[in-house]
Design a protein around this ligand. Structure first.
Ligand SMILES: CC(C)(COP(=O)(O)OP(=O)(O)OC[C@H]1O[C@@H](n2cnc3c(N)ncnc32)[C@H](O)[C@@H]1OP(=O)(O)O)[C@@H](O)C(=O)NCCC(=O)NCCS
Length: 192
């Protein structure tokens, strides 16, 4: 099934926050609050809507790569949310594809995320450490989960650590913490 993806509008705010909270379950309120408080770091939001209901959302916000000559603005794809009752129907895939194209068209050199390599690896993302990038939480991101899509504007000198705006840190949402960190390291072991 194909889904129409459109830009998030200010009027979508409450619906989007509800979709994020529902998708992330126990962690939903924290993740919704990240999107609500990213403020001027937000770059774009995209939604899938059907019959007046928002079914899915993806957020794009800025971060930086701390390269030797300069900070480089890059984008981060997060959060990606589909309402539980409509998961596994292709909505997430449509949102990821549209997010990658939106980032590409913006001229930003790299789009990063932290997430399942099984999901995002099949949707155009590759391991970011193999491209010379370090995750924001150095000790707390399984190698295979720190991923990126590189665009034409990427130059050789643009290598270094990903730096998140403070919103990710104030929500303790850079990288992962045990026991989830250990669980995912084990799950992604086969990919190392
Ligand atoms: C992850 C999520 C966005 C996927 O959206 P979706 O619309 O359900 O996914 P799609 O229909 O496009 O793709 C379905 C495929 O993704 C897989 N998938 C779903 N969630 C996954 C996950 N967390 N990890 C790995 N694969 C996952 C399904 O098994 C299915 O695989 P298949 O195509 O081989 O059968 C959605 O399940 C969701 O909102 N989950 C809760 C929030 C979350 O975990 N967000 C991502 C954080 S990085």
């Amino acid at each position: 099934m194909s889904f129409e993806v459109r830009p998030e509008q200010p009027a979508d705010r409450d619906d989007v926050l509800r979709v994020i909270a529902a998708a992330f379950d126990d962690h939903g309120e924290v993740v919704a609050d990240i999107w609500a408080t990213l403020g001027h770091h937000k770059r774009a939001g995209l939604v899938v809507e059907q019959g007046g209901h928002v079914l899915g959302h993806v957020g794009l916000s800025r971060a930086w790569v701390d390269a030797r000559p300069a900070l480089v603005e890059v984008w981060v794809l997060s959060p990606l949310s589909v309402v539980p009752e409509r998961q596994n129907q292709g909505i997430g895939t449509a949102l990821v594809a549209a997010a990658v194209e939106t980032a590409r068209e913006s001229g930003v050199p790299v789009l990063f995320l932290e997430g399942s390599p099984f999901y995002y690896g099949a949707r155009g993302f590759e391991r970011a450490d193999r491209r010379g990038f370090l995750p924001a939480a150095l000790e707390r991101s399984p190698g295979a989960s720190f991923q990126c899509v590189c665009f034409d504007g990427l130059e050789d000198w643009m290598r270094g650590q990903l730096i998140y705006p403070d919103t990710w840190w104030t929500h303790d949402s850079a990288g992962l913490r045990d026991p989830r960190l250990a669980e995912l390291e084990e799950r992604f072991d086969s990919l190392e």
